[in-house]
Design a protein around this ligand. Sequence first.
Ligand code: HEM
Length: 224
Amino acid sequence: VTETATTLEASETGFAARLRTATFATHQQAAGSGFLVNLVAGHLGLAAYADLLGQYWTLYSALEAAVERHRGDPVLVRVAAPELERRSALESDLAALHGPAWAAALDPLPATTAYAHRLSDLAEVWPAGLLAHHYVRYLGDLSGGLMIGRALEAADWINPDALAFWRFEQIADPAAFKARYRELLDETVPATSELAERLVAEVLCGYELNSTVLAELDARHPRD
Ligand code: HEM
């Protein structure tokens, strides 16, 4: 029984566990973002929601272009699953919100631009570092993101056609997908390697970038 359990779950001493432990407090801070809490509670409205998706469009375009370019990188190759990609879902949501000229409504915040630059810089200087950002965004989307998506589906102020970002149509079992992702992290990155060290630091940087985007969104869309 123990043997089966260990083959089904990422090891407690592997890289994925190390990552989760090292970033636990930072995650709590990001998850406490006033913007997300207020948005989900219905205090901010549609313009704020559309702005969030616009920031995400800029960031996922940069992330997915960078990952696409280095899909064969040995550190990225196993986790870079196309079913995770969000750019076309974001485009259909933005079209539902703004109409066909949605691109004219994009208004990237300084933090979003900085985030996108970080991703394109990594594509130049350290492609393996993209794994950190892949993990922060997609594992987050498959965790807290699913909770946010369910809350928004239940709200009556958003057109359901503008919620594709939160739905992973090609992932039937997100919990199993995340468990497999964590196993792949363990298999790809030795837990005590220098690579692991650098990736933990880059994940912390990823949380910071996300928190700054959310803080700037909060400032742009004050709760009235
Ligand atoms: C309302 C906001 C949020 C809530 C409620 C939330 C909730 C959660 C929960 C419950 C988990 C654990 C899932 C599991 O163990 O299967 C999780 C994991 C995760 N979240 Fe969040 N989260 C939020 C915001 C964020 C943000 C802003 C980010 C960063 C962009 C983020 C990134 C992650 C990541 C990377 C994981 C995976 C941790 C791991 O298993 O290694 N989350 N989140």
